[in-house]
Design a protein around this ligand. Sequence first.
Ligand SMILES: *[C@@H]1O[C@H](CO)[C@@H](O)[C@H](O)[C@H]1NC(C)=O
Ligand SMILES: *[C@@H]1O[C@H](CO)[C@@H](O)[C@H](O)[C@H]1NC(C)=O
Ligand SMILES: *[C@@H]1O[C@H](CO)[C@@H](O)[C@H](O)[C@H]1NC(C)=O
Ligand SMILES: *[C@@H]1O[C@H](CO)[C@@H](O)[C@H](O)[C@H]1NC(C)=O
Length: 811
Amino acid sequence: MSSLSPSLKSFIASGPKLKSKIFPLKGKQKLVFFLGLACWILCLNLWILTHYDNSLDYFVNFESDDDSVSIDYDEDEPENNWTFESESSNNKEYKPVNTSILNDVLIQALQRQLDIYDERNIEPIFSTNYETIANNHDQKILSLFANLNFNERCDLYFENLYSVDHNWSLNPNEDLPLQDRWQFRFNGWRKEHFEELKKKFIEEKKMKSEEFEETQQFSEFVQENYKKFWSHMLKTEQKLQDYLTHLRIFNKCYITNDTPESIKTQSDFIALQKELVKNDLKIDKNFEKIPKFVKSKGEQSVRSSSFHDCSDIEQRVYPWLSFHYPIYERWNGEVLMSPPILNEKSALSKNIKAAPANKSPYSPIKSKFTNNQPCFLNRFKNTANGRGLVLTIHDGHAEDTVNLIRLLRALNNRLPIQIVYFNSISAETKKKIVKAAREKFFDLPKSFESVAHLFPDDYLHPKDGGLPKQEIWFVNVNNVIHDNYRNKFRGWGNKFLATIFNSFEEFMLIDSDTALVKPPSFFFDLPGYKETGTYFYKDRTTNDFRPDSDVIFFKKIAPSVMDSLMFNIPQVTSFTLNNHVFSGLKHQMEAGLVIINRSKHMGSMLMMPQLHFAEPVRLRSHGDKELFWLAFSVNGDENYFYNDNNAAAIGIIDSTRSKPDGTEYESTEICSPHPGHVNGYDDTLDWFNSGFHFCGRYKAVDYPQDFKDRMETLSYIQSVDEMRAFYYNALQIEYAAIPPYTNRNEMELPNDFGEPIKGWVKHQEICHGYQYCAFDSIGGGDNIHKGKLIKFDDTSRLLFQYYGDIWVGNE
Ligand SMILES: *[C@@H]1O[C@H](CO)[C@@H](O)[C@H](O)[C@H]1NC(C)=O
Ligand SMILES: *[C@@H]1O[C@H](CO)[C@@H](O)[C@H](O)[C@H]1NC(C)=O
Ligand SMILES: *[C@@H]1O[C@H](CO)[C@@H](O)[C@H](O)[C@H]1NC(C)=O
Ligand SMILES: *[C@@H]1O[C@H](CO)[C@@H](O)[C@H](O)[C@H]1NC(C)=O
């Protein structure tokens, strides 16, 4: 719900006419007009305030699907239940941020002239720091836009944080609970908590439980508690908005705005804005000339000469960092205390040098808060160099990692590899990995014979020990994190540290069980990557949904209109707002392989761990997978690219499948525990998840049970032993099926033809619930939606077989 009525919206949108419509009004006439407008806006806001509960109608709860996905990702973290206790400890009245400055007609004119459109369709929200700035500068906020350049605005923003609290800092441990995510609406919430509320009511009224009745008084009690819950939730969301806004502005101001292109972009933006403001003001006869920008007392009180370098402000924004580099350890034991210079020839070099921190073309960022010195993260960003692979592992991943490294050798990979770790990996694991990377590797499986001709002459180098040796580095990020915050990086947290603290300018981040079927260098040549500096893959479009409250929440943490006006941080557009998650699907991205140019996207990388800290985000993102695109969008960086195809099921076609009446299905079914990722440009296979074993969890399977339950998808397996061998061996890949997906509302097509209703069906009984079947079409008769069925060519199939044999270690 927007607080602007359609009439005002169309009035504002009516473009250049605006000026001639308003400004010809003279003296008294104008006063009356503005008073009227102000009254009307005030009334509107009051109405919204008092009718706020109505806005809950917004929160439509989708039915929760019973067979929700729990595969590929660890179990979701349990959501906290709403409790009366957590409420009472935090019962200060919530006061919404005053966004009335957005109703300023001149601000709106500026917004329109600069093409800043807020398409989110939610109540306006921005950092409370903008309210402070607006209050400090009263009606003269426009003089800010007319006078301050980009760096001055940066300093002004943080000056206000210092002036409100001399000892301000961001707190990654701040308690920001998410409660009752599925029950935001009153009725659902009441039902969910009825027993709890009843008990509490009985206690409070000191009555006997038999005396309880649903009286008016009880109903008021329930409403009172609901309001508390609601206001608590709004307060949390505002805190998060503040936190993330401070971050995106800090990152842009003091970390990333040091390249010639970026500096030029900001100064062009400021120049245009100053011009527009001057024109707007000229038309308004009240302003004889542009008012000077005068700092408030509070802003002036923060003395510029007192900052020696960036460390004061940087530590307030990043208290979880220690401001030490990670330790980079080469496979031969050599150790560098800052990022190394690595390239495709490094595997053959004896000596690896450290990267310089102050490379051209970066120019130092000017600010009184940094005394014009580069911040730690800025220096670190500028050491990034070369291309490479990055993975994060713990000891439990040793076996997969060894298999992956053997595969990389078979793929003729020449890019260096960094293994980023946190909670120490054992010396033994390191030894195994180095052995796999450096030992002679001549003995190739039989399947190599049919594909040998596809590889270059130097593939099996006699002097070099057979398949190319890999340049392995272990990156210990333990001392990058401040002692007090180490526990924030358990589990998924490592992956975020890996995106930030590997040393490459361009990196491909993979999981240890990511199965590549193309050499890593291939991915860096994808047109989408070259264009945007990212390449992301999409997940399966399973019928798993999220509550609408998630969608509103994700919209709320996106950049605000003030971020755009002051700092040229773009609004999110339909590119973000139309992705699967915003349509209510649970899954958008499959993050088992991502490619990122870090120099281009450092600000977005820095956003990722911060999102992970916040429970309202973490509980909605299922590990790291949705945090990539979300971090980009929340940072105002929509310059990222998705592979065109949604994830596929890859495997073979069960030739025995037919309808009960013996006729053929319209649809084709492929079943497999592996989501496959089919290249959007040519429909070839790029990679897939969960390793090459048919069942990645083959060690943990109860074979007799799986054998008994196998009928639907693996009926041709004849014995428990066959089952065991089948699960262990490499997945046989001949086809991929990508189910159709048009939109959220057409994911089920009931039909009388016995054809599948939905594109993905989970088979709980096979391979620990990893097994999914996909259909290349759903529905029947006149109402069929078609996806894709892809048959891989003979060469590809032979390569898959060779790579599979290498990975599982078959002779
Ligand atoms: C929340 O409540 C549900 C049932 O009401 C219960 O199963 C679950 O364990 C509770 N979760 C926590 C974190 O207390
Ligand atoms: C918001 O700020 C404006 C301008 O400072 C003020 O007139 C208005 O009363 C404030 N609204 C609320 C609800 O505090
Ligand atoms: C400043 O803030 C830090 C971190 O919140 C706190 O540890 C410290 O005691 C504060 N110092 C003062 C003087 O308030
Ligand atoms: C990576 O991004 C940086 C910064 O925008 C750019 O200069 C560089 O050319 C990019 N690298 C590639 C290979 O596109």
